[in-house]
Design a protein around this ligand. Structure first.
Ligand SMILES: NC(=O)c1ccc[n+]([C@@H]2O[C@H](COP(=O)([O-])OP(=O)(O)OC[C@H]3O[C@@H](n4cnc5c(N)ncnc54)[C@H](O)[C@@H]3O)[C@@H](O)[C@H]2O)c1
Ligand SMILES: [Fe+2]
Length: 374
């Protein structure tokens, strides 16, 4: 087995760590930045407070970003960065504003649009990049420490990732207090995204020991704390544990990447509007069973390390957790009606991410999975 591990992001974790943002900006020597955030964070006053405390370093706000950001959102964000002559940006929010900001920062000093890079194959140029500080407000994507941006191109009707070593944030602030206002349904969905990152990195063909030990830790935390964070939104301990799970699962998948459940999540979100984590979770128990016996039952051993009798018991626990939190369990509930729709879902799920699964899965395997989910 050979592997490489790299994670060049400085992480600031803990309650009230957000107060250190001005000091961090100062230490990094940045002069003129734009705050990139979701509208929710603008409306609830958090964005305003951050601007007020930035010692004049944050000169503008950009918040025109929808959940599952589009390439249009990124281009508008790039425009704001260029117009403000920004030498850095702060992303504040869940995966959507963080991914939008990350892609925008990667091309800010150039003169092209993001589509050229996202699906057009143009490489990121280090002379066009400005640095970004990520402040996560959901416990979910881990985007604050990855070099990945997931974007939807509405013209091409495709949701796909772009990544480059130049796209890592410079620093990540994870302050659990910022997640207290996350509504239960978003807590459930983003928490299941954490679980998907932890598990898919284990059954990715690129799995490796450092990441796998992070997966064990994150998986145990999710099963211990997610339901509590969902049912008691103001429970700071549960929020802190889920924030820890999120960042540790981010480390877990940062190098092995994700696999089949994320591959399936993209069309489930794009075509049926299922939120990202909920969409990943829809197939997570299925992939756990698919992969259970691979590589001499490595996943069974992983499941035992996490406190389950085997991978099948882990799969059952995933189903129970989804059900308890009111997540979609069938395709019918999200509006999939015809066999043509199942064909389309299957076709759109067979992306390179699917090829990362340690068990090779065919078109028919995935189609049969979808049929069994009706
Ligand atoms: N870059 C990566 O490595 C990576 C990994 C997984 C997923 N993603 C992507 O991230 C996106 C999903 O991100 P997400 O799940 O964090 O959701 P999100 O960023 O879309 O946020 C979901 C909702 O929660 C609200 N919200 C966020 N923080 C809040 C807070 N503190 N209080 C109240 N409301 C709050 C937002 O306004 C939004 O309405 C998807 O596009 C997904 O594909 C990226
Ligand atoms: Fe994800």
């Amino acid at each position: 087995m050979t592997w490489e591990f790299s994670l060049p992001v400085k992480i600031y974790f803990g309650t009230d760590k957000i107060k250190e943002l001005p000091k961090i900006i100062e230490e990094l020597g940045y002069k003129r930045g734009v705050l990139v955030c979701s509208n929710t964070l603008k409306k609830n006053g958090v964005a305003e407070e951050i601007i007020e405390n930035s010692n004049g370093k944050l000169v503008a706000t950009f918040s025109d970003i929808r959940p599952n950001p589009t390439t249009d959102n990124v281009n508008a964000c790039v425009k704001a960065l260029r117009e403000n002559n920004a030498d850095f940006a702060v992303a504040l929010g869940g995966g959507s504003p963080m991914d939008c900001c990350k892609a925008a920062c990667a091309i800010a000093k150039g003169d092209d649009i993001i589509e050229s890079y996202h699906t057009g194959g143009k490489p990121i140029n280090k002379d066009e990049v400005i640095p970004m500080i990520a402040v996560a407000t959901t416990s979910g994507t881990g985007s604050e420490i990855t070099n990945i941006s997931v974007l939807t191109d509405l013209l091409k009707n495709v949701k796909s990732t772009m990544n480059d070593p130049l796209m890592y944030p410079k620093a990540a602030i994870v302050d659990p207090r910022l997640t207290l206002s996350v509504p239960p349904k978003v807590t459930a969905s983003t928490g299941l995204d954490v679980l998907a990152h932890a598990l898919e990195s284990v059954w990715s063909v690129l799995h490796q020991p450092i990441c796998e030990s992070c997966s064990v830790h994150a998986t145990k935390l999710v099963f211990e704390w997610l339901y509590k964070a969902y049912s008691e939104p103001q429970n700071l301990e549960a929020r802190e544990k889920m924030a820890e799970a999120s960042i540790v699962a981010g480390v877990a998948f940062s190098n092995p990447r994700t696999a089949g459940s994320h591959a399936c999540s993209f069309p489930l979100t794009n075509l049926y509007g299922v939120p990202h984590g909920e969409a990943c979770a829809m197939t997570l128990d299925f992939f756990t069973r698919f992969n259970a016996e691979a590589e001499n039952g490595r996943l069974n051993k992983f499941a035992r390390d996490c406190g389950f009798s085997d991978a099948y018991a882990l799969a059952d626990a995933i189903s129970d957790l989804k059900k308890k939190m009111g997540m979609a369990m069938t395709l019918t509930e999200i509006g999939v009606e015809t066999s043509e729709e199942i064909e389309t879902l299957t076709k759109m799920s067979m992306t390179p991410l699917m090829e990362r699964n340690i068990i090779p899965l065919s078109y028919d395997d995935i189609k049969n999975m979808y049929i069994s989910m009706k």
